[in-house]
Design a protein around this ligand. Structure first.
Ligand code: EPZ
Length: 419
């Protein structure tokens, strides 16, 4: 039986140095789904992540060629003949539901197994389904599978989202860009990854514009043409490395970032006493010896504080000189990492969507288990500061979303080994 790899970390090293940030996982996944809408495509700045592999496996299962090499994925879709995503592939990655709109648009049919719950709570897909139904997709449930079909062509519609769901917004864009007529999405998600998906689809001939208030306007076109596209850098990975540097009292430079994408994160890091210098595509952070607490962190849809940065920010709050209050407004249960941080000596009280973190002088190393992608990154962040050795288990969660996480941290001077 293969023993799952673990990270072994000796805390105490201040991080110093410079790294380049990889392409955004949450941009490349919907873009890969969008490659179904054109014959050929090459996506650049594609991170080497297990979620990207999972998306390429789905494309392969549908009959596409999806080749990853040297940071780019090339797709050929002329042989698409399947419209079903089987259970095992759906369970491999919760965001496989992003393929639904593109498969229906390409094949007129789609059959996917209901995505299981996930580590962040139930994560329903009601908004995905109700929006697709407005585009004339008929959806029925059949033994744990969703059977979707459209008689004739998809037709544009005016859709008002009850909540600015990122995935549901992306599913609508993918289904509507080759539908008959126009689609408007009110209260759409406004994450940079939405803009990036629109940029990719427009490069292939779609007609998508996004208004000042985030409303998405789509004019349906007959077909999309082959194209090449480079996705944006990963703002969440960037924020995570900044938290790693901050907790260790270090000083690092991140290259290849879009600083504006971190407008809600940088001020919170400054509140903890870090000095931030921003240039065109770099962010430099220098941390104080002891962090001050960030008093209140409320996660919100973009441009608010990103839920994906909540757990790394909680890790650094554990050793701040005071108390921090977190309110997790996006996901139902996104504090599973708190129990693991407590094993390292953190003082955290969780009550529903609220977590109160009372900063302590120091954490101690422990063996801890990753509960989800960003929660796992938080455990690494804390272990970099903890006195003594830590073992981080179930790091497959982390490798879904951080390319070369241990290598980059080693480059910055962390004492971390993967084996
Ligand atoms: C995307 O997830 C990201 N994933 C998440 O990143 C990110 O945390 C999230 O957006 C919020 O920014 C990808 O882009 C692949 P949502 P998504 O639909 O699309 C509820 C990471 O760590 N909801 O905006 O699933 C849902 O349960 C991941 O990289 C419904 O109720 O997020 C959640 O509570 C984690 N019904 C809230 O809305 C629906 O139909 C936000 O979900 C859809 C969503």
């Amino acid at each position: 039986m293969c023993v799952m790899a673990r990270y072994y970390i000796e805390g105490g090293a201040r991080l110093h140095g410079e790294i380049k940030i990889h392409g955004a996982k949450n941009a490349v996944l919907p873009v890969l789904a969008g490659t179904l809408l054109m014959d050929e495509c090459t996506i650049h700045n594609c991170p080497a992540l297990t979620d990207v592999t999972a998306a390429c496996n789905i494309l392969g299962h549908l009959g596409c060629k999806a080749q990853y090499s040297g940071g780019s994925v090339t797709t050929k879709t002329e042989n698409v003949q399947n419209f079903e995503i089987p259970d095992d592939l759906m369970r491999e990655m919760r965001s496989s539901v992003l393929f639904l709109g593109a498969i229906v648009a390409r094949c007129g049919r789609a059959r996917v197994s209901l995505p299981g719950g996930c580590e962040l709570g139930p994560r329903p897909i009601d908004m995905h389904l109700s929006s697709l139904q407005k585009l004339r997709v008929e959806i029925s449930e059949d033994h744990g599978y969703l059977d979707c079909r459209v008689n004739g062509k998809l037709r544009g519609a005016v859709i008002s989202m009850p909540f600015p769901s990122v995935g549901a917004t992306e599913n609508i864009m993918l289904a509507a860009c080759t539908a008959e007529g126009d689609t408007v999405i009110h209260n759409a998600a406004r994450e940079p990854e939405i803009q990036d998906l629109a940029g990719f689809l427009n490069a292939a001939g779609a007609k998508i514009t996004i208004g000042e208030n985030g409303t998405v306007y789509i004019k349906g076109v007959e077909k999309l043409r082959s194209t090449q596209y480079s996705v944006i850098p990963d703002r969440i990975a960037a924020a995570t490395y900044l938290c790693c540097a901050a907790i260790t009292g270090g000083s690092i430079v991140l290259h290849g970032v879009i600083p504006g994408h971190l407008n809600a994160v940088l001020p919170i890091l400054e509140e903890t006493g870090c000095t931030i210098r921003v240039k065109y595509d770099t962010i430099e952070l220098t941390a104080p010896e002891r962090l001050k607490p960030a008093r209140m962190i409320r996660t919100m849809p973009y441009p608010g504080f990103p839920t994906d940065s909540q757990s790394p920010m909680m890790a650094l709050s554990c050793v701040a000189d005071g108390t921090s209050v977190f309110v997790e407004n996006i996901f139902e249960s996104r504090y599973k990492h708190a129990a693991e941080l407590t094993r390292m000596g953190a003082k955290i009280k969780v009550e529903g969507r609220v977590a109160v973190v009372e900063g302590v002088e120091s954490l101690h190393g422990a063996t801890v288990f990753c509960t989800d992608l960003r929660g796992g990154a938080a455990l690494v962040t804390a272990a970099l500061k903890a006195n003594g050795k830590s073992e981080i288990a179930q790091i497959s969660h982390i490798e879904r979303g951080y390319q070369d996480f241990d290598k980059n941290l080693s480059l910055l001077g962390a004492m971390i080994v993967k084996r």
